[in-house]
Design a binder for this molecule. Structure first.
Ligand SMILES: *[C@@H]1O[C@H](CO)[C@@H](O)[C@H](O)[C@H]1NC(C)=O
Ligand SMILES: *[C@@H]1O[C@H](CO)[C@@H](O)[C@H](O)[C@H]1NC(C)=O
Length: 540
């Protein structure tokens, strides 16, 4: 009996991750990411067309807190060699960047391909391959050609074909060397966030139909691009494609909110994933029902969530080779109180679900209050996806930590990456999830959308006042490169490598990354043995 108790106590500890084997599975890959508008600059070189950020921030510079824009940014259009060198110094297996639609197609449409635009990505891709770094290419990362926005952007159903035209051209240019593709980045932001809040370029605020038309059109655009690749490029090049979803992990605020929380997961993650990954295809049935009833109550003769024809359902279903997961934060879900109107989805709640989203007061913050630090959320999110989508293989395509402080000694970021990676290891080793790689957002500080240059996510800092845009590695860059080199979170003497970056008067990082985990493990062992000793004593 005692023996059984002891064994179960030990296995509990093991499951709890205290004594986790910190090695990553063989073949697990590490990368870092950026996106075109956020790093390239060169907004007006040769024949590049204008995207929504170019046009909106030029005509309305006060939109960004520090009055800045991406005209020059990190100047990666000219400094790409340095970027490749940084990726090499980190030991990255892959570098995820995005192609600018209006750089390749100046008009937004396939009537003209920019020779210089095409050349730029050729140089970057070849430069990476020469260093043995795999290019992972996103086709669309928030930078819509202005011409297409003028025609209604993501709410115009024709955008699916316009995106497919663009995708085919990019595949033709680079599919011989690029084997991993992301069609579209974070539709939850593009559709739900942008249309519900209207506070991000293109600043369109329309909560009724906007998010849902966009939702459907994004799925169709992705599906058409996937099928073009599948039919015309995969037989020869054998690459893989996905769409980068960014579900926030949702936990119930209390036991009675469990059912509501699962609905909220289906409203966020499910609405963007079920049509592609589920065995039945189409919208999550629970959400379809809620939206139909809610729309009826509002007087609409149809659901605000547009239906799929059978043909559309079949077009979208199964258009994946892996699940691309961007993940940053978590929320608690509770039912709205009487007379409480939930704020906009997905930052505050959902009127349709009568649900409110909250941050657990015990969670730590980054310098962006929205991004509460909740590492356990990534493990639960991975398990939810695994269970719902038949053990789909998952590539984490973004995860990262924001600061306003440009300091190179960024222990907060190190702790964040280590804690999230530990939960990913648990998802792999304890939950049997098929996670194939991890990506830090971001390789370097860059133009963080509406926050301009005030918010920093970089493993490398960038001096935006320097004409050369000098890049310097932060402590987190040394930490991450060591994790990659050892293929493990168990890395020797991590803090010594970046001691020189420490400024005076900074709070010291008391223990190195892994010694902390080791200490936990040892303490728990001592605790268990003492418990066993007491048990034996009392039994006698
Ligand atoms: C490009 O934009 C910059 C401002 O960012 C401006 O100084 C420059 O003259 C423009 N170049 C051309 C060719 O229009
Ligand atoms: C999921 O897939 C991975 C990799 O193929 C495999 O190792 C794991 O056992 C699978 N898990 C389950 C629960 O099927």
């Amino acid at each position: 009996m005692l023996c059984v108790n002891l064994i179960s106590a030990f296995s509990l500890l093991w499951v709890g991750g205290w004594c986790l084997d910190l090695k990553f599975p063989p073949g697990f890959q590490f990368g870092a990411a950026t996106s075109a508008y956020q790093v390239e600059g060169a907004w007006n070189v040769s024949d590049k067309g204008e995207n929504i950020w170019d046009s909106m921030l030029h005509s309305n510079p006060s939109l960004i807190s520090d009055g800045m824009n991406g005209d020059v940014s990190c100047d990666s259009y000219h400094q790409w060699r340095t970027d490749v060198q940084m990726a090499h110094n980190l030991g990255l297996h892959f570098y995820r960047f995005s192609v600018s639609w209006s750089r390749i197609l100046p008009t937004g449409f396939p009537n003209r391909i920019s020779e210089d635009g095409a050349k730029y990505y050729n140089k970057l891709i070849d430069g990476l391959l020469k260093k043995g770094i795999e290019p992972v290419v996103t086709l669309y990362h928030f930078d819509l050609p202005q011409s297409i926005q003028t025609l209604g952007g993501w709410t115009n159903p024709l955008i699916a074909d316009w995106f497919a035209d663009y995708a085919r051209i990019v595949f033709r240019l680079y599919a011989d060397r690029v084997k991993t593709w992301i069609t579209i980045n974070e539709p939850l932001i593009m559709c739900d966030h942008i249309y519900n809040l209207g506070n991000v370029v293109p600043m369109v605020h329309e909560e009724e139909l906007g998010p849902f038309l966009c939702n459907k059109n994004v799925l169709l655009a992705h599906a058409k691009a996937w099928r073009i690749y599948d039919e015309d490029f995969k037989p020869q090049y054998n690459g893989k494609l996905s769409i980068a979803n960014n579900p926030i992990w949702l936990d119930p605020a209390s036991e009675k909110d469990e059912e509501l929380t699962e609905l909220a997961r289906e409203f966020g993650a499910g609405r963007y994933s079920d049509p592609i990954y589920s065995a039945e295809g189409g919208w999550p049935p629970s959400i379809e029902k809620i939206m139909a009833e809610y729309s009826k109550k509002q007087g609409y003769p149809y659901s605000r969530l547009p239906s799929f024809t059978d043909e559309e359902k079949k077009l979208i279903q199964g258009t994946y080779d892996f699940y691309s997961l961007n993940h940053y934060t978590a929320r608690l879900v509770r039912e709205a109180h009487k007379n409480e109107t939930p704020g906009p989805w997905f930052v505050a709640g959902s009127k349709e679900l009568n649900a409110v989203l909250e941050i657990d007061p015990t969670w730590a913050y980054t310098d962006l209050s929205y991004l509460a630090v909740a590492p356990k959320g990534i493990r639960r999110q991975i398990k939810w996806l695994k269970d719902r989508y038949n053990n789909v293989s998952i590539l984490i395509t973004e995860n990262g930590f924001a600061t306003r402080d440009p300091d190179l000694y960024d222990t907060g970021r190190i702790n964040f990456i280590r804690d999230y990676l530990k939960e990913i290891l648990l998802a792999i080793k304890e939950d049997g999830a098929n996670v194939i790689g991890y990506t830090v957002w971001s390789l370097m500080d860059n133009f963080e959308w509406m926050f301009g240059y005030s918010l920093k996510f970089g493993l490398y800092s960038v001096d935006f006042k320097d004409p050369q845009r000098l890049r310097e590695p932060r402590a987190s860059a040394f930490f991450y490169s060591s994790v990659i080199k050892h293929h493990s979170l168990d890395i020797p003497h991590s803090s010594h490598q970046y001691h020189h970056l420490k400024r005076k008067n900074l709070i010291q990082d008391k223990t190195s990354a892994t010694s902390r985990i080791r200490v936990n493990c040892e303490l728990m062992l001592i605790y268990t043995l003492s418990l066993a000793y007491i048990l034996v004593k009392t039994m006698h």
